[in-house]
Design a protein around this ligand. Structure first.
Ligand SMILES: Cc1cc2nc3c(=O)[nH]c(=O)nc-3n(C[C@H](O)[C@H](O)[C@H](O)COP(=O)(O)OP(=O)(O)OC[C@H]3O[C@@H](n4cnc5c(N)ncnc54)[C@H](O)[C@@H]3O)c2cc1C
Length: 385
C-alpha cells in the first residue's frame, strides 16, 4: 500500500542509500569501530552522492529535496546498527552545518558549508560543557571582542566529531547572552582530547579546550547574542534526527533478533515458536510501529515548514526510550550469546544506551513536553516561522 509520506522516488532513494551503505560502509564498520575513527574518504563519497546535503536548498549547494529524503537517509543510517557512524554523520550534516546554512553569512557558507556538503571538511557542534549540559544557558566559555577578532576561552565536553573536525560550530557567551561562532580546526589555542566511551566507538567524541583562541569576527553565525534562540530552534531538528536514527536502529535490532530466533533451537524447536517469546516480540513490533508513525507525522510537520517543537521532543523521548527497551528485550532472546561481544546485539545494546542522553536527556524532553502541554508555554521561532 502507498505510504502517505514516502513516494516511489523516496523508496528508490532508500534502495540507493542502502546499496551504497552495503558496499561502502558495512564491510568497514568493524575496522572503524576498532580504530574509533571514520576515514575521510567515506565522507567525500557521501558528499559526492549528495547525501550530506539532503536537508539543504540548492541555493546553498544542497540537494534541494523535501524532508522525507532526510528521513530516509537518517533512518538508513540507524539501520546500519552502528550508533557511532550514524551519530558522526548526522551531527555533521544536520547539526554543525545547519546553523551555518540557516544563519551563516555567504562568507561562512562558502568557507565551511560548501566543503561540508561535499565531505571535504567535517564539522562538529560544541554546546555541552563540563558544568553545563542540560542547562545550556549556564555555559561559561566566553568570547571577548578585540578589534577584528573575538578571543575565546573555555572548554567543551562530549563533542561528537570533536577530535577530527575541521570546523566547530561553537556556543559561547558574549556578555550575558549566547552567540554562535564557527571555530576553525586549525585555530591556535584549540586543544582536543579524545574520550573513551562504552559504545558509539566509530564516532570520535572529544573534550575541547580553548585558550585565547582568536576567532575572526566574520566567523560569527547570524546575530550577536541570538545563539540561544538558534540552538533552541535547531534542537527540534536534532531531536527528530535522533528519533529517526532510533527507529532505524530498532528495525535493525528486530531483524537480527528474528533471524536468530528462527535459527536457534531449544527443546527441539526454533525459539521463535515459543509463545512466551512470540508475544513479547509482537508487543515490540507494535510499539515500534506506533513510534514510527509519530516520528513520520513529525517529519510531515517539518516538511510543512512547521517548527513542531512539541512533536520533535515527543518523538525523541518515545523513540530513544523504546530503543533502549527493544535492545534490552531482544538481547534476552539471544540468551548467553547476547552477552558476547561477537554478537552484534551486544553492540546494539551498548549503543542504545546513549540514545536517551545525547541530544538532550529524556528528563529534559519531559520537562519541555510538560511546559508545552501543562503550562501552555509556546516557543517563538528564531527565524519567524
Ligand atoms: C555519546 C555522546 C555524544 C554527545 N555529543 C554531543 C555533541 O556533539 N555536542 C554537544 O554539545 N553535546 C554532546 N553530548 C552531550 C549531551 O548533550 C549531554 O550529555 C546531555 O545534554 C546531558 O548533559 P550532562 O551530561 O551535562 O548531564 P546533566 O545535565 O548534568 O544531567 C545529569 C542528570 O540530571 C538530569 N537533569 C538535569 N537537569 C534536570 C532537570 N531540570 N529536571 C530533571 N532532571 C534533570 C539529567 O536528565 C541527567 O539524568 C553528547 C553526549 C554523549 C553521551
Amino acid at each position: 500500500m502507498q505510504s502517505p509520506y514516502f513516494t516511489e522516488e523516496h523508496e528508490l532513494f532508500r534502495s540507493a542509500v542502502r546499496e551504497f551503505f552495503r558496499q561502502e560502509v558495512v564491510p568497514n564498520l568493524a575496522e572503524w569501530e576498532a580504530k574509533e575513527q571514520i576515514p575521510r574518504e567515506i565522507w567525500q563519497k557521501m558528499g559526492a552522492m549528495d547525501y550530506l546535503g539532503a536537508l539543504y536548498p540548492e541555493s546553498v549547494g544542497g540537494a534541494g529535496v523535501d524532508f522525507f529524503y532526510s528521513a530516509v537517509f537518517i533512518e538508513e543510517l540507524g539501520r546500519l546498527g552502528n550508533g557511532g557512524f550514524a551519530a558522526a554523520v548526522s551531527v555533521h550534516s544536520y547539526m554543525a552545518l545547519n546553523h551555518i546554512a540557516l544563519a551563516g553569512s555567504s562568507f561562512l557558507q562558502e568557507k565551511y558549508l560548501k566543503p561540508g556538503l561535499s565531505g571535504e571538511k567535517i564539522g562538529a557542534l560544541a554546546i555541552s560543557e563540563p558544568n553545563a549540559g542540560s542547562d545550556v544557558q549556564k555555559i561559561s566559555a566566553k568570547a571577548l571582542s578585540d578589534g577584528d577578532f573575538y578571543i575565546v576561552n573555555g572548554s567543551k565536553v562530549f563533542i561528537t566529531n570533536g577530535y577530527y573536525a575541521d570546523f566547530i560550530t561553537t556556543a559561547v557567551k558574549t556578555g550575558e547572552a549566547v552567540s554562535l561562532f564557527v571555530i576553525d580546526g586549525n585555530a591556535e589555542g584549540l586543544n582536543r582530547a579524545k574520550l573513551k566511551k562504552m559504545g558509539w566507538y566509530s564516532s570520535d567524541t572529544a573534550e575541547l579546550f580553548f585558550e585565547n583562541v582568536k576567532v575572526p569576527k566574520e566567523n560569527l553565525i547570524g546575530e550577536i547574542g541570538k545563539g540561544f534562540y538558534y540552538i533552541m530552534e535547531s534542537f527540534a531538528l536534532e531531536r527528530l534526527s535522533a528519533a529517526l536514527m532510533s527507529v532505524g536502529a530498532m528495525d535493525y535490532i528486530l531483524e537480527i533478533t528474528l533471524k536468530y530466533m528462527r535459527e536457534r533451537e531449544s527443546f527441539g524447536k526454533p525459539i521463535s515458536r515459543f509463545q512466551a517469546l512470540r508475544h513479547r516480540m509482537a508487543d515490540l513490533f507494535t510499539e515500534v510501529e506506533a513510534c514510527r508513525q509519530l516520528v513520520y507525522y513529525t517529519c510531515w510537520l517539518l516538511n510543512q515548514n512547521q517548527t513542531a517543537i512539541k512533536e520533535c521532543t515527543m518523538s525523541k523521548l518515545k523513540a530513544s526510550e523504546l530503543q533502549k527497551k527493544v535492545a534490552d528485550e531482544c538481547l534476552q532472546m539471544f540468551g548467553g550469546y547476547g552477552f558476547m561481544n561477537e554478537y552484534p546485539i551486544s553492540a546494539a545494546y551498548r549503543d542504545a544506551r546513549a540514545a536517551t542522553i545525547a541530544g538532550g536527556t529524556s528528563e529534559i524532553m519531559r520537562e519541555i513536553i510538560a511546559k508545552i502541554t501543562l503550562d501552555n508555554v509556546s516557543y517563538k521561532s528564531a527565524y519567524g516561522k
